[in-house]
Ligand binder design. Structure first.
Ligand SMILES: Cc1ncc(C[n+]2csc(CCOP(=O)(O)OP(=O)(O)O)c2C)c(N)n1
Ligand SMILES: [Mg+2]
Length: 557
């Protein structure tokens, strides 16, 4: 009797299914079509995009939103090189995704086959794991191995290339190793060291002016509840960055944002959770030299990097924060009440900064003040709106003003600072969470990198509200040129056309509007919401003003 056979592409689909992946993002090519055929059998949706960069960013975005790894499938050679930026972005952002690339047949190895490149060599430095699948029997095994590697320490991307003959060949099903769902990788989280948790509790009990920074790993670890319980029970003011934004809702007594620099200078205990001392943190130099500094991170290599610390704990943010709060609760009062004045002090700084900026946020100027645009967006967001920022200066404005109302509802590229993530993140967010509203703020420069995938949003019926802060420039770069070379030499390589992106949206089958009057921003946003379509509200903002964050970049100092 003939035994049942299975091809490599179908084994890929089985391994994706085992991991819970229910969609792949892809742009087709002859090398990878057998994976599509496998997806048909396994009920995995195939979303085909217009550029492989978008496929990879969408896989990154899917991972962030769902907590499951994302998957992008691209063809060999240019398909894979186009996806490099998306993988690199996921690498710096600690996002678990798998990129599968095609490769010429093993039987033509190094003979100059179509689109042959050393993909694995190219991907090795920007992934946690990169390998060639050597035989059809091992396809599912190596896919599950790649997923396992994605979760080593802080998460990150993996890459696999599958030669065409390996993918297309059929092998007897009993010869293939097919790891079973839930049985091929650990299901545990890494707890911190109980002694270190005790020490943290002790430091908290003695601190008069503690503060905590809740970084992206708070969301990665789904540690929202633990973090909220920690700051409330110990009465610690909290700042949030990256995907950690929204852990506490705006208006929460422990939610702070505008007083961060003040807090880092005045605090006697600073707890950094799940974010590295990189450029966003001034490499740790801006923390008070007399404060005790505690760092909690999933990655051993991040702890103590770039500055000395007083206590470093490696592990899951939620388990560690819960253990420390628990340990502190046994002590008399644990100092919580004593910190009332400290919180009031910070609240005053916060209120002053807010009031100083408010006139700009309400400005009726034309061209529109970018502060007014981001203010309107902030007012427009609901608890169920996932906010995405993709741009330069305009997104720097939004970082100060826009507050996500719920955890996991803020997406930015992360420390790679990649322009062009927006459309892909919107795609992944809306596809994974149809119940959510998605709003993406683009710079006009950022939008034009990957904007054609607006068509994919239309084709797959993925409504979202796109807002373009249009200054017909790459303004964040222009600022640096003006500062360095003078205004008369500043307009080189950064000027874009006056593009009516609202018309572009309509051309591709979406909803679009042009806005020049600030009073029209809100009604236009409402109409985009009502349209039920992918939309672009093209808001003409003043190119002559820059965000303070742009002007303070260490790069220009
Ligand atoms: C892929 C990529 N290319 C180039 C840059 C460098 N860069 C940073 S900000 C910026 C300008 C972005 O212009 P736009 O999106 O229109 O935002 P604006 O600064 O004008 O508000 C550029 C080109 C980058 N971060 N990413
Ligand atoms: Mg611009």
């Amino acid at each position: 009797m003939m035994s049942e056979t299975i091809s490599g592409g179908h084994l890929v689909a089985k391994a994706l299914k085992a991991e819970g992946v229910d969609v792949i993002y892809t742009l087709c090519g002859g090398h990878i079509i057998d994976i599509y055929d496998g997806c048909v059998d396994e009920g995995i949706e195939v979303i085909d995009v217009r550029h492989e960069q978008v496929a990879a960013h969408a896989a990154d975005g899917y991972a962030r939103i769902t907590g499951k790894p994302g998957c992008a499938v691209v063809t060999a050679g240019p398909g894979t090189t186009d996806a490099v930026t998306g993988v690199a972005n996921a690498f710096r952002a600690e996002s678990p995704m798998l990129l599968i690339g095609g490769q010429g047949a093993l039987s033509q190895h190094k003979m100059g086959s179509l689109q042959d490149l050393p993909h694995v060599d190219m991907m090795t430095p920007i992934t946690k794991f990169a390998a060639t699948v050597p035989s059809t029997e091992r396809v599912a095994d190596i896919v599950s191995m790649a997923f396992r590697e994605c979760y080593h320490g802080a998460p990150g991307p993996s890459f696999l290339e599958i030669p065409r003959d390996v993918l297309d060949a059929k092998v007897p099903i009993e010869k293939a190793r097919i790891p079973a769902a839930g049985h091929y990788r650990a299901s545990t989280r890494q707890a911190g060291d109980p002694e270190a948790d005790e020490r943290l509790a002790d430091m908290l009990a003695h601190a008069e002016k503690p503060c905590i920074l809740l970084g992206s790993q708070v969301w990665t670890c789904r540690a929202t509840d633990a973090a909220i319980d920690f700051v409330r029970s110990l009465n610690v003011p909290a700042y949030m960055n990256g995907s950690g934004r929204g852990t506490l809702a705006p208006g929460d007594p422990h939610h702070f944002q505008l007083s961060r620099r003040y807090a880092f200078t005045e605090a006697d205990l600073i707890i950094i959770v799940g974010t590295p001392f990189d450029f966003r943190m001034g490499y740790g130099k801006r923390l008070s030299p007399t404060a005790k500094v505690v760092q909690i991170d999933l990655d051993y290599r991040t702890v103590g990097k770039n500055r000395d610390i007083d206590l470093g704990i490696v592990g899951d943010a939620g388990l560690i924060l819960s253990a420390a709060a628990q340990a502190a609760s046994g002590r008399i009062e644990n100092g919580a009440a004593r910190r009332k004045e400290w919180l009031e002090e910070l609240r005053n700084v916060e209120t002053q900064a807010y009031e100083k900026r408010l006139p700009r946020q309400l400005s009726g100027a034309q061209p529109i003040d970018p502060y007014r645009l981001v203010h309107e967006i902030n007012e427009f967001l609901t608890e169920d709106t996932i906010y995405i920022g993709d741009g330069g200066d305009i997104v720097t404005f939004s970082g100060q003003v826009v507050q996500p109302k719920s955890p996991g509802h803020w997406m930015d590229p992360g420390p790679l600072g990649t322009l062009g993530v927006g459309m892909a993140f919107a795609m992944a967010a809306k596809q994974a969470r149809r119940d959510k509203e998605v709003l993406c703020l683009f710079g006009d420069g950022a939008f034009s990198l990957t904007g054609w995938d607006f068509e994919t949003m239309v084709r797959f019926d993925l409504p979202f509200i796109g807002v373009i802060g249009n200054n017909s420039s790459m303004n964040q770069i222009r600022y640096g040129q003006a500062a360095k070379y003078g205004e008369d030499r500043a307009r080189v390589g950064n000027t874009l056309g006056d593009i009516r992106y609202g018309e572009f949206a309509k051309l591709l089958g979406g909803y679009g509007e042009e806005v020049r009057d600030p009073a029209e921003i809100r009604p236009a946003l409402e109409r985009a919401r009502q349209s039920g379509k992918p939309s672009l509200i093209n808001v003409w903002v003043d190119p002559e003003v820059y965000a303070p964050g742009t002007m303070n970049q260490t790069m220009y100092k």
